[in-house]
Structure formats: C-alpha cells, structure tokens
Design a binder for this molecule. Sequence first.
Ligand code: ZN
Length: 241
Amino acid sequence: MKITNFFSPNYDKKKRAPNLVKMIVFHYTGMQSERESLQKLCNSNSQVSCHYLINRNGKVFRLVQDNYIAWHAGKSCWGKYINLNKNSIGIELVNKGHQFGYTSFKKKQISSLIKLSRKLIKKYKIKKKNIVGHSDIAPLRKIDPGEKFPWKYLVKNKVGIWHSYKSNFLKKHRRLKVLTKQDKKKFIKNLNKIGYCFSIKNTPFFIKTIKSFQRHFRKELINGILDHECLMIAQNLTKKL
Ligand SMILES: [Zn+2]
C-alpha cells in the first residue's frame, strides 16, 4: 500500500524493540480540517503525534516510524499495559469529531484503515482484543474514535473483536431488566478480561467506562448505565477470547 512520509518530532528519541508493539489504537483527529490536523501533529509545540494518519480519501501518511514511540495515547490502560504509547501503534482518522461536527467515516478511509491494520497485525502479531479505540483505554478523558466508528465492519475484515449476541426480547425489556450484585460483578470480571481497566469504587470512572464499552459494542444506547444487554454482550465477547 502507498504511504506518504511526513515527519513529526513528537516521539521518544530512543528506539523501541518490535516485540514491544502489542496494540493498535484508533483515534479521530477532532479538528476542523486535514491540514490543521497534520500541522498540529507535526508541530513540536503540540507534543502530540501518531504513527499514521488517514485522510477522508483514504490516503495514508506516516508521521512517526513504527520503531519509535509516538505520543498519541497519553495516560491510559488496557489489560496489563499501562500508558500505552510504548506498546502501541497510533492511527488517526481525519474527522471533525464531536466538537466540530462529527460525521461518518468515509468508505475509502475505512478500507485503507483495514489494509494498514491487517499489515500491522501480521507484522507484530497483535491480538484481536488489543485493537482498541482511544476511549477504551482512556475513558475518563476521551470519546474518540466515537460511536460512528464501524467496529462491526472492521471485524468482518478480521480487525478487532465483536459479539454475536442477539436477544429474543424487546430491546426495551432487555435494557430495563434489573441486575443483581452478582450480575454486576460478573460484568466487571468480563470487562477486565477484555482489557478495560476500572474500579467499581470510583463511580465517575465506572460510568465513563460503561459509556466507552457502549460506544464500542452497543452504540444504539450510550447512557453509562449497566443493563442486561451490556451484560450479555460482555459475556458473549469473553467467550471468544
Ligand atoms: Zn485520540
């Protein structure tokens, strides 16, 4: 695939070993334009970058080489990994984001993303569950790439994980069913198994993690409330891990 090289100075100057790459993190740029995004990601004052940026037409730019640590994830956690810059490849998709008019990602953009991701998965032997969105690893601070990100479609193309849970009940019912303490415990266990890091004692953290989970796996209702459907989806996901 064709990749256009750019240069961002926002990375650790010390090289990393290829076997440190365990994850792929997807972002949206959340800015008015592609030009503005590239300028920011390549400006030393911003202190942010990524490895790849994919524009609306599916053109791929490389800003930082894979064997350097780019600054894209910030304070974050997934499974046993903490502060994921050192363990991940960061991919930015041009999209105005929630702040400036969030729109669907373009077909060409997503097909480039799939091609690039599959190449990286193969090269670094990345586990499917370690392909995540920024909001999954930093739920307190981030909501990108957002609910319009086509996770299900990506999984059809072997990128990431998805569930096969289908309910026979009316949606309203499965969402209203009251959960027991045991249910809640089970849910947390399953989320931890997938990779989400959170504690039940920290209520804002808990609510935002539920929201991140919903944004990723149940985009039809993102309310931060743990319901029966969330429980079943989490259970179904962990069966496949
Ligand atoms: Zn991000």
